[in-house]
Design a protein around this ligand. Structure first.
Ligand SMILES: [Zn+2]
Length: 334
């Protein structure tokens, strides 16, 4: 994860996108009792990152971290010398910050802030500040996220919950809007045409539609697709039909606000009504023509059930890494 250029997402194992986690810990030296604070940068695979996984990451965050006491130089291990810690993360594509707080005695709480955003330079916070703009809870839930952020943390969880609790029944289509710019419709296999018609009738033409499940079979052939996160539920629901749609306009809007938060100056030029070009000041000539195709990003969002704004951030971070490596190669004369 490259902190220097402010990335919130980065390619992990097998090209699977990871999301930044900021871990701040307070050490208490077992030898001399000296307290010191340190920050660690962590990441978790973005697509399978449910709220339950975030809670697990908070619980186990000190395991594996090591430090030396500033006062007596004694080596310290997270498992027995971290007193309290916090984990911060958020939506890569926009506002919405989650901060988890924990201590050795078992205390756990989460602060959800709708007007703050994840940033590599966020200051450490080790106790939840109370203010009227945030909500503090002991456990995370998608319903709390909906209340506070007006969107789900993970749209895949919303679909799974819907299939678990409201399996498709003949003659009824269920529509879910898990995030802005993303809609899911679930139906019985016999009602697939009605589900598609329902989707088409209520959405602008520009939205991209992708069938995720037909005849109880998840669509295959792409990374982070439904086969990876619905496969366990479908054998007992062989008549399931699921279609998702995403809004390309959200991609263009998000790109503009995201590049404003980058430390380098980037301008966006429209090249066609649905594509644009990113121009990075100071980057080598052949690295500046990064094309962002709103239709492609929205398709990726619909296929993998991710908010189109978050998908935009993933795409832009990928481009920034590419520019960074191109610039480094040019400077090295290769
Ligand atoms: Zn010490």
């Amino acid at each position: 994860m490259s902190q220097g250029i402010g990335l919130l997402t980065s390619p992990g194992d097998g090209g699977r996108t990871e999301l930044l986690l900021l871990l701040d810990v307070v050490w208490c030296c077992p030898g001399c009792g000296h307290e010191q604070q340190e920050r660690y940068y962590r990441a978790t695979p973005l697509h399978p990152c449910t709220l339950a996984r975030l809670e697990q990451r908070l619980d186990h965050a000190p395991a594996g971290v090591q430090a030396s006491c500033e006062q007596c130089d004694q080596p310290m291990d997270g498992a027995d010398a971290v007193e309290r810690w916090s984990l911060q993360t958020g939506f890569p594509g926009g506002h919405g910050l989650l901060q988890g707080f924990a201590d050795r005695a078992g205390g756990r709480s989460w602060r959800l802030s709708p007007h703050q955003r994840l940033d590599v330079q966020l200051l450490p916070v080790l106790e939840p500040p109370e203010d009227i703009a945030s909500v503090i809870v002991e456990r995370l839930s998608e319903s709390t996220c909906l209340d506070v952020f007006h969107r789900c943390w993970n749209p895949k969880s919303a679909l799974r919950q819907a299939l678990l609790h409201h399996p498709p029944a003949p003659g009824s289509c269920v529509a879910i809007d898990p995030t802005p710019g993303l809609r899911i419709v679930i139906a019985d296999a016999d009602d697939a045409d009605q589900a598609l018609a329902l989707m088409a009738s209520r959405l602008p033409d520009a939205w991209v539609t992708e069938t995720l499940v037909a005849g109880g079979e998840p669509a295959r052939g792409w990374l982070n697709g439904p086969a990876e996160w619905l496969g366990d539920l479908l054998p007992s629901r062989p008549r399931t039909f699921v279609v998702a749609a995403a809004d390309p306009a959200q991609v263009a809007e998000a790109a503009q606000t995201i590049v404003e938060s980058f430390p380098m100056r980037i301008t966006i030029e429209a090249t066609t009504p649905t594509t644009c070009r990113l121009i990075v000041e100071g980057a080598p000539e052949d690295a500046v023509t990064i094309q962002l195709d709103q239709h492609d990003v929205a398709t990726e969002a619909a296929r993998t059930l991710i908010c189109p704004r978050d998908a935009t951030r993933v795409e832009l971070d990928r481009a920034i890494v590419w520019i960074g490596s191109a610039t480094a190669s040019e400077e090295a004369g290769t």
